[in-house]
Design a binder for this molecule. Structure first.
Ligand code: FE2
Length: 291
């Protein structure tokens, strides 16, 4: 059974970190989370002049996962465990914060100095109580390592960051079942993507428009569709459309546990949040060592 569109949310623009612009469909005052997803940010696209690019300097996380996927430009990251690297166009960094890290996420020094275009996504995936205090874990996959597939006619292409599509399986391991796919649809494309019945499914459009569900509800650039129950998602672009569409298909099995949330900490109880703040303030989440 194909899932219906239950709700359409238009992303609002807001400033994050050191002042970079994101399009954020949730969380909002009205919609706190879409279990197991805590946040979806589209970073940019922003064209920075020399000396203008901004990011998110040293900050902590505990109790969930941050997933960074770059489309254009590149970020440099650094953390309290000594990890360091660049996330370039097409790359994915799946960071399981677990019991906690302090990290920084900044446009590369070249982009900060010379300017450039930055476009990407960061989503936050909640962890079940049993994993909230696990040791931090990184999965970094370069663009060339992200499995891709195309439909036989070539009208639909998918990059499979998590889950499985068109016979291709993701290489990233997730703590709970998750689907994270970047679809590119040309006019005339039509796909029926299976998504397990137990999962909550979302479609976020970041280019053009796409028809979703049996009722072919049109979802536009900057809109998020929350889908109802079913076992597949239908995505289509009319043959006579002027442009194709870009979208993220996200799905995950709801964790169904209490969520206590304060900034970069997401736990189950207020007591655990107080503990996280105290651990951070007393340096127990570490700090970034710089030469
Ligand atoms: Fe972060």
């Amino acid at each position: 059974m194909t899932r219906r569109v239950e709700e359409v949310i238009t992303a609002h623009r807001q400033l994050e970190g050191g002042g970079f612009v994101v399009r954020r469909p949730f969380p909002t005052g009205r919609l706190e989370l879409l279990d197991p997803f805590l946040l979806l940010d589209e970073m940019g696209p922003a064209d920075y002049a020399p000396g203008e690019a901004v990011g998110a300097p040293d900050h902590p996380h505990r109790g969930f996962e941050t997933v960074t996927y770059m489309l254009e430009g590149a970020f440099e990251h650094e953390d309290s465990a000594g990890n360091k690297g660049t996330i370039a166009a097409g790359d994915v960094q799946w960071m399981t914060a677990g019991r906690g890290v302090v990290h920084s996420e900044m446009p590369t020094k070249a982009i900060q100095k010379d300017g450039g275009r930055v476009h990407g996504f960061q989503i936050w995936v909640n962890l079940p109580a049993r994993d909230k205090m696990m040791p931090p874990r990184y999965q970094e996959v370069p663009s060339s390592g992200i499995p891709e597939a195309t439909t036989p006619g070539g009208l639909a292409k998918v990059r499979v960051i998590a889950g499985e599509a068109l016979g291709v399986k993701a290489v990233i391991d997730t703590r709970i079942p998750i689907v994270y796919q970047d679809w590119t649809l040309k006019p005339g494309a039509s796909v029926e993507q299976p998504v397990g019945r137990e999962q909550q499914a979302l479609v976020y459009v970041f280019g053009g428009s796409v028809l979703v569900g049996k009722e072919q509800r049109r979802i536009d650039d900057g809109q998020l569709a929350r889908l109802g129950s079913g076992d597949s998602v239908s995505l289509a672009v009319p043959r006579d459309a002027k442009d194709g569409a870009r979208l993220l298909l996200l799905a995950g099995k709801p964790i169904n546990e209490p969520v206590a949330r304060y900034g970069p900490f997401v736990m189950n109880t207020e007591t655990e949040i107080m503990q996280a703040i105290s651990d951070f303030r007393s340096g127990r989440l570490g700090e970034i060592q710089r030469a």
